[in-house]
Design a protein around this ligand. Structure first.
Ligand code: SF4
Length: 336
């Protein structure tokens, strides 16, 4: 039996057949594929269920305000995915009359969809033979073929193998199968004794250690500006960037910057004592956040709500906030 046949036979007995997105609905398959970028099945599943309940169709997602989408995505990270999801839903409604496109060029023209995600959508939603090379598949093929480099040439070779193994029939099953094999068997610590590919695999039990990148450290001061009758001040972040479009706390680089920063916002209040530093690790850097309470007696007229500023109270619907900010906000409001 060849590579593809072995993987398909293994899948029938050991693969995953009951994932909530294993349904013949291009919209839900696309939603799942975007969530599964850089996220495990376990982490993505509850978010998928919440999105499906709140936005059951492409149209409902396209019509929703971006704020609602970001709020529901809050905690899943990589928020550009949520912004792209929302933008793509609107584009599909406008350009394709609400029908999900079925060609590679059309899919690649949508924000947030790369070659592997497009391949997965074509295979899963439409049964069109198209290949994927996500992290799990990459690990299986690299080990099977003994490809240890991680450069562009190695990636081209892996794509060639991925395309060669993709069948013209049962493509949805094969795509799920090769993903599952990477996620369940050919894991970081591979379980070669139960792998259907073991007899021909080049893996020798050793791999070059992943190149360690020093993760830059950044720090920021976040102000918890609070007034009992109004709530906690939140500002909307600029549309681009790691937390683009989310609601966050007002921030400045260092503690000495805080008083002039508050004055620039129109507040004369003195900052309180800094709280415990909260460290949040991103893929490319680590952020240390120093929270500082700023209790106001009167917000005056300088800080009325607008599109990019709100006074948040606990009873209000929670806006989309980055996970560490939400933690600081909830901790603060619980003790204030
Ligand atoms: S034999 Fe081991 S290393 Fe090779 S594909 Fe299977 S699990 Fe991965």
């Amino acid at each position: 039996m060849d590579f593809t046949g072995r993987v398909l036979a293994w899948y029938q007995r050991h693969g995953r057949h009951d994932l909530p997105w294993q349904v013949p609905d291009p919209y839900l398959r696309w939603l799942a594929e975007i969530m599964l970028q850089q996220t495990t099945v376990t982490a993505a599943r509850p978010y998928f269920e919440r999105f499906r309940a709140r936005f059951p169709t492409l149209e409902t997602l396209a019509q929703a305000p971006l704020d609602d989408v970001l709020a529901l995505w809050s905690g899943l990270g990589y928020y550009a995915r949520a912004r792209n999801l929302h933008a793509s839903a609107r584009l599909v409604m406008d350009r394709h009359q609400g029908r999900f496109p079925q060609t590679l060029p059309e899919l690649l023209a949508l924000p947030g969809i790369g070659l592997s995600t497009a391949g997965a959508i074509l295979a899963f939603a439409f049964g069109i033979p198209a290949s994927i090379l996500d992290a799990n598949v990459r690990r299986v093929l690299s080990r099977y073929h003994g490809i240890t480099d991680r450069d562009a040439k190695a990636t081209r070779r892996l794509w060639e193998h991925a395309r060669a193994y993709t069948p013209t029939h049962d493509v949805a099953d094969y795509t799920q199968a090769i993903m599952d094999l990477g996620a369940l068997v050919c894991r970081k610590a591979p379980q070669c004794s139960i792998c259907p590919l073991v007899s021909a695999c080049s893996f020798k039990g050793e791999e070059p250690p992943p190149a360690r990148r020093a993760r830059p450290e950044r720090s920021v001061v976040m102000a918890l500006i609070y007034q009992a009758n109004a709530g906690l001040l939140l500002l909307r972040r600029p549309a681009s960037g790691v937390w683009g479009g989310l609601w966050s706390l007002p921030e400045c680089p260092t503690l000495p910057d805080l008083t002039p920063y508050l004055a620039s916002l129109g507040f004369e209040a003195a900052p309180g004592a800094p709280g415990a530093v909260l460290r949040h690790v991103f893929t490319h850097f680590a952020l240390s956040i120093t929270p500082v309470p700023v209790l106001l007696t009167n917000i005056g007229t300088c800080a009325s709500e607008n599109r990019d500023m709100m006074w948040y109270q606990r009873c209000a619907a929670e806006p989309g906030m980055p996970a560490p900010v939400r933690r600081l906000v909830n901790q603060f409001l619980e003790t204030t």
